[in-house]
Design a protein. Structure first.
Ligand code: C2O
Ligand code: CU
Ligand code: CU
Length: 486
């Protein structure tokens, strides 16, 4: 591991240690007194729907043996084309934004060797992956410039949609904003047998908001305002392009929506009021499809939705909108253009997964976490992240209930747990909606609200973090760590 001091120095030089000085009384009177500190958003660019939705290349293994797949990734700078005109300098896995999509098969390990070709430390965290601590991408376990590391992903967990991203201490927000994120899919033969849309009709859609400077470069700044509210952009990108279109046939599609925004909530809906039929939440299939007119996603949450164009007329279009009201509002995501008649051989079964609810009586340990501002800093239980301190010591093979309270009135915090998934017992005392009754790895804790989660510590001992997934909150130390002990 890189030394703590070394990393702190890097984080500081990146401007990531700007002070968050916010007093409780200051924001009691005003809805958004930080708006003026957050930066100049300019105007939200109108949708163009002029370029196709890019689909990241599927990463080809360099070796495939009985023992799994070997994959090589390089973290390097490159260029994206989110806007028309000048290209945007990015940091990317393989120099791409989003990085290549890694497709694994349940039960077959994937070993990913990552070379850091940047001049600063970076790493990879496979969000939602159940892996040994050495392969988790702990915030202080970074790859030094010029060095390589091999991460082993066992893929012994539910098939579904995951994503990978940088997790460097104090620089995660900066690195992810500049492009260090990609999609990780675990395919499960049992899921394949369901007959859901596949191949080109199975579309990962990584949604991220960005802010640009006059030369189309990313404009990321951590200051008191953005550390408080989180960095928000004025331009929504899907797979690295602002308001693209996707040409579709008259059939079902599986859209794997991922909220990859640093801090922005999304509420996705079809412009014609049509159904988004959710089949999976985070990495796990729901027991049954849930038909909705909108799908809410906090940062890092995923929703796999079936969108059926079977009744649509060739030549028509449907815009995917974002109804979330976070300022500045970004109402357009992409446009589906129905361009051809196509027979549909896919199915949408009434039964999908087999998640059994974990009984509360199974938990012997109850913990409380309070997300709050203390002394003008983001904290959990009044504590900021300290790599030298172990905050919780859960025992391997046991079940715990965590009650997370949001002590903040003005914004939600998305809680994310590493290593193991959880089930949501209740949100503000009410049972969770059907789409949140499976296994999840991130959940929104509403303003002044409370969420109870139940989780089983299984598989690995070692040190793993948990944190707010607003990346500016996480970087400014709204993160603690647990050591899972035998
Ligand atoms: Cu998506 Cu700790 O991360
Ligand atoms: Cu994670
Ligand atoms: Cu937060």
């Amino acid at each position: 591991m890189i030394s703590r001091r070394e990393l702190m120095k890097t984080a500081l030089s990146g401007g990531a240690a700007a002070a968050l000085t916010v007093s409780r009384s200051a924001h009691a009177q005003d809805e958004n007194p930080w708006a003026r500190l957050v930066g100049t958003y300019g105007t939200v660019p109108p949708p163009s729907f002029a370029r196709p939705l890019p689909i990241a290349p599927i990463k080809r293994p360099t070796a495939t043996t009985g023992a799994g797949d070997d994959v090589q990734l390089a973290i390097r700078s490159g260029f994206g084309q989110p806007l028309v005109g000048a290209k945007t300098p990015i940091l990317g896995y393989d120099g791409l934004w989003p990085g290549p999509t890694i497709v694994a098969i349940r039960g077959r390990p994937t070993r990913v060797t990552v070379k850091n070709e940047l001049a600063e430390p970076a790493n990879i965290h496979n969000h939602g992956h159940h892996a040994a601590a050495a392969s988790d991408g702990h915030p202080l376990d970074v790859i030094k410039p010029g060095q390589s590391r091999t991460y082993t992903y066992p893929n012994r967990q539910s098939g579904g949609t995951y994503w990978y991203h940088d997790h460097t201490f104090g620089l995660t927000g900066n690195h992810v904003f500049r492009g260090l994120a990609g999609v990780y899919i675990i395919r499960d033969p049992a899921e394949d047998a369901l007959g859901l849309p596949t191949g080109p009709c199975d579309v990962p859609i990584l949604i991220q908001d960005r802010l640009f400077d006059a030369e189309n470069g990313f404009d990321y700044s951590a200051n008191a305002g953005t550390i408080f509210k989180g960095v928000h952009g004025n331009t929504l990108c899907a797979n690295g392009v602002h308001t693209p279109f996707l040409s579709v046939g008259t059939r079902r599609y599986r859209c794997r929506f991922i909220n990859g925004c640093n801090s922005r909530n999304l509420r996705l809906a079809l412009g014609n009021g049509g159904a988004l039929v959710q089949i999976a939440s985070d990495g796990t299939l729901l027991n049954a499809p849930v038909s909705q007119t909108s799908v809410e996603l906090a940062p890092s949450e995923r929703a796999d939705c079936i969108v059926d164009f079977g009744a649509a007329k060739v030549g028509t279009s449907v815009v995917l909108r974002n109804l979330d009201a976070t300022w500045p509002e970004l109402p357009d995501v992409l446009r589906f253009d129905v361009v051809r008649k196509e027979a549909d051989t896919s199915r949408l079964p009434v039964r999908l997964g087999d998640v059994a609810r974990v009984p509360e009586s199974e938990a012997k340990v109850h913990r409380r976490l309070r997300f709050q501002i203390s002394d003008g800093k983001w904290t959990i239980n009044g504590l900021r992240y300290d790599p030298a301190r172990i905050d919780f010591r859960p025992k391997l093979g046991t079940t715990e209930i965590w009650e997370i309270e949001n002590g903040e009135q003005t914004q939600m915090h998305p809680f994310h747990q590493h290593l193991i998934p959880f089930q949501v017992l209740d949100v503000n005392g009410e049972p969770p909606p059907a789409v949140h009754r499976g296994w999840k790895d991130s959940v929104a804790v509403p303003p002044a609200g409370r969420v109870r989660l139940i989780m089983r510590f299984y598989g690995y001992t070692g040190t793993y973090v948990f944190h707010c997934h607003k990346l500016e909150h996480e970087d400014h130390a709204m993160m603690l760590q647990q050591e899972v002990i035998a």
